[in-house]
Write a protein that binds this ligand. Structure first.
Ligand code: FAD
Ligand code: NAP
Length: 546
């Protein structure tokens, strides 16, 4: 089939003759490369970082670890890999996950097709030639018939535009761009943000800093991680049911091994309900969310779970002002990403940790060594921004992508992201996104979702190759229907009731709920049906027509 590859007429000097260019070498890009090679495609990965790992390469802040058990949050495509890799903790810390991805790259000899320290700046579709011209930050251009964006949903870090920041003379860090050369020990450290990253970093920073000031905007629900070392017996027990558990996860709502427990929280008597919450407590974020199957759908049931957590917080944080500020209210549990904590509430209870609620007491200025709020100044040698990401769209929009007739993806998505099945975008032929808006990825065990997306895209590329390298493009109607469906499904849940990074905004201020909440299993079935119907909702153009 590779002999049927079309002639390319505008190949740049020094560029390679490839079938597919993949952007990003995280979980998604690595598996995409492996899969395409297996099918005989010539694929190349371009990665901005100096090594593989994506999220786990960049997010090196103290305390970084996964919050889905590592035995679940890992690849399932190779039983040999599963057998040989030994996770040491239930929730592996960042260095171990990075080592795992390095091992995957070495084991499958992936590095030889990865170009590190190189950023993709732009991509232009040439309709006459039927290929993308991809511009790299060294100024070179790489032509490729297919372009796959494995750029990550949480990979474009966001830093707030704080008044007076340019006056601050201390060190400034972002959790997602962590540097070990900045001293923390014995320093006065200020952290902005109490999302998952902040909640993981704060206890570690509190233990090392001379004093810590936490600038919080919205308190989040956090539950104990329940982390522990894994013994040989733990690993052997997991291995016995691993195949069946993986299969269950692929067809589950959230991509976890465990399913939500049946029943409605509001239908149980208070004692039984509390007992069930206690049973789930300590089993991480998934534990609480899976306590009852209606928690993400029914406000009253959700309220019981939320109150259970608030009572737990009250049991740890004695200071009434801190407790009031840190206790989440006003939005349903789980409608913002739940956080996993190891000592967060204990750290916040410490006398040498100060909490500043920036909604009540906003930052108005900075000096060389302090952060000035309405009520006064807080000295700082180091500022840590744990302020998250331009989620779901940021990394894609940072590339100047021009589709048919020069259509700019960036401009187009400024009016709300759109994608068919979260995988392809009308107007942008032969372009695929992994974990794009409209896919369930960020609302699931992301690795399970990535494997599904990659398998589907690879199968699609093989089908196109069998048709002589035909060109595929999502149809606008199918895309619109999918985005409407994505929104409709979201509205049936409690997710839209919170302000969260799950939501994007159009130019005129309309909210767009970006992930697909219909469930990993349902989504898989839908994608398979689309493929079985000859890629329904896509237009496929034979190469002979160009
Ligand atoms: P990424 O890992 O983000 O990789 C994308 C890569 O693309 C990056 O290396 C980036 O440098 C590269 N890139 C982007 N743009 C360009 C460009 N223009 N040119 C060249 N290279 C580019 N998910 C879970 O399911 N469970 C968890 O426990 C969990 N924990 C997380 C913890 C943290 C701290 C964070 C930030 C996220 C976490 N996630 C978790 C989500 C996580 O992002 C995914 O699980 C997964 O790692 C994403 O893999 P990816 O390959 O899709 O993207
Ligand atoms: P995040 O959840 O978006 O949190 C960013 C935090 O910064 C929020 O608390 C936000 O407040 C705050 N913030 C933003 N601007 C601020 C300002 N000007 N002043 C004060 N606070 C400000 O980002 P994240 O913590 O990096 O996590 C992102 C996602 O990555 C998570 O939801 C999760 O999916 C994943 N992750 C997972 C883990 C894990 O445990 N495995 C760890 C880290 C990340 P508002 O909420 O008010 O905007």
């Amino acid at each position: 089939m590779q002999g049927e590859r079309p002639e390319r007429d505008q190949r740049a000097a020094g560029s390679e003759d490839i079938d597919v260019l993949i952007v990003g070498a995280g979980f998604a890009g690595l598996y995409m490369l492996y899969k395409l090679r297996e099918l005989g495609f010539r694929a190349q990965v371009v990665e901005a970082g100096s090594d593989v790992g994506g999220t786990w390469y960049w997010n090196r802040y103290p305390g970084a670890r996964c919050d889905i058990p590592s035995i679940e949050y890992s690849y399932s495509f190779s039983p040999e890999l599963e057998r040989d890799w030994r996770w040491t903790e239930r929730y592996a810390a960042q260095p171990e996950i990075l080592a795992y991805l390095g091992h995957v790259a070495d084991r499958f000899d992936l590095r030889r097709d990865i170009r590190f320290d190189t950023r993709v700046m732009a991509a232009d579709w040439d309709d006459a030639a039927g290929h993308w011209a991809v511009t790299l930050d060294d100024g070179s251009t790489q032509p490729t018939p297919h372009l796959i964006l494995a750029t990550g949903a949480l990979s474009a870090p966001k830093t707030p535009d704080l008044a007076g920041l340019d006056k601050f003379r201390g060190d400034i860090l972002h959790t997602a761009l962590w540097r070990d050369d900045v001293a923390i020990d014995g320093k006065r450290v200020a952290v902005f943000g109490t999302g998952s990253s902040g909640i993981q970093a704060i206890p570690q920073l509190a233990a090392r800093a001379a004093q810590l000031t936490v600038f919080q905007r919205t308190p989040n629900f956090a539950v104990p991680a329940g982390n522990h070392p894994l013994t040989d017996e733990d690993r052997a027990t997991a291995a016995r049911t691993l195949r069946a558990d993986r299969e269950a996860a692929r067809h589950s709502p959230l991509g976890f091994f465990s399913a939500p427990r049946p029943g409605a929280a509001k239908a149980q008597d208070p004692a039984a309900r509390t007992q069930r919450f206690e049973e789930q407590w300590g089993a991480g974020t998934a534990g609480m969310l899976l306590a009852y199957e209606d928690l993400l759908f029914d406000e009253e049931s959700n309220g019981f779970a939320a109150q259970f957590i608030r009572d737990k917080i009250a049991g740890i944080v004695a200071d009434p002002d801190k407790r009031r500020a840190i206790t989440p209210t006003g939005y349903p549990l789980g409608s913002r990403r739940m956080c996993s904590e190891i000592g967060f509430y204990d750290a916040m209870a410490r006398d040498d940790v100060t909490l500043v609620d920036v909604r009540e007491n906003p930052v108005i200025d900075m000096t060389a060594d302090s952060i000035v709020t309405q009520s006064g100044g807080y000295p700082a040698d180091v500022i840590v921004f744990a302020t998250g990401f331009d989620a779901c769209v940021g990394a894609i929009k940072s590339i100047d992508i021009r589709g048919r007739a020069g259509l700019s993806l960036r401009d187009d998505w400024d009016n709300g992201p759109r994608a068919y099945l979260g995988l392809a975008i009308a107007g942008f032929p032969n372009l695929f996104t992994i974990t794009g808006p409209g896919s369930p990825s960020v609302l699931s065990n992301v690795v399970i979702s990535i494997e599904q997306h990659v398998d589907w895209i690879a199968q699609c590329l093989a089908a196109l190759r069998a048709r002589g390298g035909a060109i595929i493009e999502a149809e606008a109607d199918a895309e619109q229907a999918w985005m409407a469906h994505t929104d409709e499904v979201a509205q049936q849940t409690l997710f839209p009731r919170a302000d969260s990074w799950y939501k994007g905004r159009t130019r005129d201020g309309r909210e767009v709920f970006m992930p697909y909440v219909g469930g990993v299993g349902t989504y898989r079935v839908r994608c398979d049906e689309v493929a079985a119907a000859g890629y329904a909702g896509f237009s496929i153009r034979e190469r002979t027509s160009i």
